[in-house]
Design a protein around this ligand. Structure first.
Ligand SMILES: *Cc1c(COP(=O)(O)O)cnc(C)c1O
Length: 378
């Protein structure tokens, strides 16, 4: 018998049944009052989630599409980007800038560490930057960068915008866009939204709109002004991923029902339980100092058997967790705990990790991690 599939990746993540059945319904045409009513509701719910009065733009793309869109809509020829690169996704910001021939400077952060905001402060004093780009949660390392502190710094520069990749942070941790002054906050459907891949989101501040309106970077599909003009009329510029938007309404209603605080507390506790379970088994965390509540990266035994853990779960248990990327490949394993997860999911995944640890011959007291997870979550 094929075993039940269990997905614990930092995206895509499991989708609740209510959203799956909603998305299986016959397709609505997107230029109809019925679909406009869906967009209207989704618009309000996105503003609620983002804690913003501004519009949150919708894109039918993966998260990277909205990252690209924010750079090419906020910048103009001759502008410079300041990019925090502390992992695979930080790297993506400057790779996009590079592809468009835009000028950029990189603040290299050691994998597993959070950026020191005073470095950003110093850079902004030295030179003119149109945008500062950073991840709220760097998924490749499990680090959470200090967004509030960075926002407080960028706020003092009226010619500089803060672009935050919140793809594994929106719905996981509090990022009050208007309060903190985040100019663009990007998210993607296949992470904490608990939808299939294919939708991306970006809020745009009043401060950012001034630069967006005069942006002269060539663009066609990813056009903020066109999307704003459309969403104000409860529609999208192009044919949207209709079924995903139907699902989006369901998951956003679920998020609202849970509420901001409970949602962040649930993620915080799941992250804490996984980290403490790892420590109880004598394992080392990859990002011990500034952990993200979305994902936990853990060194494999002897800092090398991370790949064997991932493989055991895949081959023996039909479970997916993530391995390491680039130089962390084969050395670490990463457990996603963002979106449609609860206490029992964490206890299950940790049980599987303990089975894998035994299989690779790691010497530890079996059950200790699970007991710790139960203590925190129970
Ligand atoms: C998943 C992820 C992305 C990339 O999103 P795609 O949907 O694969 O384009 C970007 N940034 C972070 C932090 C992510 O976790």
């Amino acid at each position: 018998m094929t075993m039940k599939y269990r997905l614990y990746a930092p995206g895509p993540t499991p989708v609740p049944e209510e959203a799956l059945t909603e998305m299986a319904k016959p397709i609505l045409h997107h230029r109809t009052p019925a679909f406009e009513a869906v967009i209207e509701e989704v618009r309000d719910l996105l503003k609620w989630l983002y804690k913003t009065k501004e519009e949150v733009l919708l894109f039918s793309s993966s998260g990277s599409g909205a990252m690209e869109a924010s750079l090419i809509n906020c910048m103009s020829k001759g502008d410079k980007a300041l990019v925090v690169d502390g992992g695979k996704f930080g790297e993506r910001w400057w790779k996009i800038a590079k592809a468009y021939g835009l000028d950029y400077e990189v603040i290299k952060v050691e994998w597993g560490q959070a950026v020191d905001p005073s470095i950003i402060e110093a850079k902004l004093k030295e030179d003119d930057y149109r945008v500062v780009c950073v991840q709220a949660s760097e998924t490749s390392t499990g680090v959470s960068h200090p967004i509030k502190e960075i926002a407080d710094i960028v706020k003092k520069h009226d010619q500089t915008l803060l672009l935050v990749d919140g793809i594994t942070a929106v719905g996981v941790m509090d990022l009050p866009v208007d309060d903190w002054g985040i100019d663009v906050l990007v998210a993607g459907s296949q992470k904490a939204f608990s939808l299939p891949p294919g939708l991306a989101f970006a809020s745009v501040s009043q401060k950012a709109w001034a630069f967006v309106e005069k942006s002269d970077i060539p663009k066609f599909y990813f056009n903020f002004v066109k999307e704003r003009d459309s969403i104000l009329k409860n529609t999208t510029a192009w044919t949207p991923a209709v079924s995903l938007i139907m699902g989006l309404r369901v998951v956003l209603r679920r998020m609202k029902e849970e509420g901001h605080e409970a949602m962040y507390e649930r993620h915080h506790k799941m992250g804490l339980a996984v980290r403490e379970a790892a420590k109880a088994c004598g394992l080392e965390l990859f990002a011990p100092e500034a952990p993200s509540s979305a994902i936990t990266a853990i060194w494999g035994p002897d800092r090398e058997n991370g790949g064997a853990i991932v493989k055991y779960l895949r081959d023996k248990l039909n479970m997916t967790i993530a391995g390491g990327q680039e130089h962390a490949k084969g050395k670490i394993f990463r457990i996603g705990h963002l979106g449609y997860y609860d206490a029992m999911d964490m206890i299950t995944v940790w049980s599987a990790i303990e089975m894998a640890l035994t299989d690779v011959g790691y010497d530890f007291e079996r059950g200790k991690g699970v007991a710790k997870a139960i203590e925190i979550l129970g």
